[in-house]
Design a protein around this ligand. Sequence first.
Ligand SMILES: Nc1ncnc2c1ncn2[C@@H]1O[C@H](COP(=O)(O)OP(=O)(O)OP(=O)(O)O)[C@@H](O)[C@H]1O
Ligand SMILES: O=P(O)(O)OC[C@H]1O[C@H](OP(=O)(O)OP(=O)(O)O)[C@H](O)[C@@H]1O
Ligand SMILES: O=C(O)c1cccnc1
Ligand SMILES: [Mg+2]
Length: 560
Amino acid sequence: MEAKQNGPNGELSSSVVPGPTNPMVTPLLTDLYQFTMAYAYWKAGKHNERAVFDLYFRKNPFGGEYTVFAGLEECIRFIANFKLTEEEISFVREALPSSCEDGFYDYLRGIDCSDVEVYAVPEGSVVFPKVPMLRVEGPIAVVQLLETPFVNLINYASLVTTNAARHRFVAGKSKMLLEFGLRRAQGPDGGIGASKYCYLGGFDATSNVAAGKLFGIPLRGTHSHAFVSSFMSPDEIVDRLLTSRDGSTICEDFVSLVQTWLSKVQWSNSLHGSFGETNQSELAAFTSYALAFPTNFLALVDTYDVVRSGVPNFCAVALALNDLGYKAAGIRLDSGDLAYLSCEARKIFCTIEEEFGVIGFGKMVITASNDLNEETLDALNKQGHEVDAFGIGTNLVTCYAQAALGCVFKLVEINNQPRIKLSEDVSKVSIPCKKRSYRLYGKEGYPLVDIMTGENEPPPKVGERILCRHPFNESKRAYVVPQRVEELLKCYWPGISGNKREDLLPLKDIRERCIKQLEQMRPDHMRRLNPTPYKVSVSAKLYDFIHFLWLNEAPVGELQ
Ligand SMILES: Nc1ncnc2c1ncn2[C@@H]1O[C@H](COP(=O)(O)OP(=O)(O)OP(=O)(O)O)[C@@H](O)[C@H]1O
Ligand SMILES: O=P(O)(O)OC[C@H]1O[C@H](OP(=O)(O)OP(=O)(O)O)[C@H](O)[C@@H]1O
Ligand SMILES: O=C(O)c1cccnc1
Ligand SMILES: [Mg+2]
């Protein structure tokens, strides 16, 4: 195996691929039946028959009409390092019936993915139902062993990326989105995966330190309730000295300076004496925090009472810091009516800017959190709010609105023979053949339709009319004259084909691709309420072939 190393910009160079991020991703991370099938293929002498599988999903998640594809790099890392250890082979031997012949274990010892080819849509692309995100070709027994880990690596990754993209869509471009979900995620891998893929889907930062280290995602955090409630009174603050930002003056008693400012805020003309006594233990916590982080003072203001205590206490500390040349970073609201409270806080900040002439005070950053999701973001927008940054955890990372994407991995060809999987439910009938797929763009630059063709059909051409047919509904068809044609499946693992392999890009680049692709979608596909479905089609030739194979394979019923 080649040495594992990244390129100068963190990208995976074309000749070396490190192992999966999670060391639990091994050849045993599969369903037992993949090994029993592998044995049965081997026993039948079929194990080396060349098979083609498509990995796709049938329905977009979250009631939407788009999905973002993610998880590809982890799949490639997995197959690049796919090799069963002796220990793993012994375990499989114990798990299978004792009647299984020894030769099978010699076979397992020898397999890797050097003879497997993976074609995929680039990670971070917008994708649609039925169009393969991955096309995997190789010896059938090996490719079957890949089914479960591939689906596992792609399912949640694509689901949570899509969830993040949807939250970004509602929040708008200008808001800061922070992923705060680690404590609520489905275990450590759920937490790490959520942080990686929420960033990919358009979040700005994560609170997850391990994800920051692993993937270079920007880290952000605010201030906790426990810190606020751990203080009883300002008397607890022993070291009260604070040097001004430029080092020119020393404030011997920062606690007194804060008290002075609190009185000024309390008696301010423009605030009309709206504050009485604020909570002194909260003030102590804020003051102490400012002494620890004078350049980055941020306070959680909802522990006792946002408007009567948290905000005025914050302002007193921020104004004292301002005297010493420091600019406070902002507040976080974590309960109550976030629209109302953010507007009240903003009014107070603006009043203070005017009354005390502190330029920029009115623009203080307001972060909001507490069980946020797409709906609450939408409701806040409709009501009007003054929040600049949202911290989102549970609903985002657990994908509370939809538990799984439902990716499937279906055999479409074996030994150059197209195969089909029939179902009573037409939407579950698989699209046979080793295929190519293309995205056709219209005059306005929007993608119009995805079209799948047989592998050897001539590709659609710019300016040339092509018939796009619904794969199963005879009456649904449209002519398209594409202004741009993009082939969707690219070679990410060439096997022995000798084809050029696409580089795996750094996460930041994948994120940029995702954001750009989402921006270039027609708005009616993206809206939350009753979005227009994006058209997914097949060529006329493929349509005819699907229906020929369907009739060929479906037994004719007999009525009695
Ligand atoms: N203006 C708003 N419009 C719609 N939903 C809001 C608004 N403000 C807050 N929310 C949401 O309402 C819910 C409030 O939840 P809940 O009543 O359990 O919390 P709380 O009482 O404010 O806070 P806690 O119990 O944590 O002190 C949260 O999901 C929050 O995101
Ligand atoms: O609400 P989420 O979207 O999951 O975001 C993360 C939450 O986690 C933290 O507190 P935690 O929920 O642990 O305690 P709290 O509800 O008492 O603040 C934080 O204060 C947020 O409220
Ligand atoms: O930094 C924060 O405010 C934070 C981080 C994780 C969860 N809740 C809050
Ligand atoms: Mg909470």
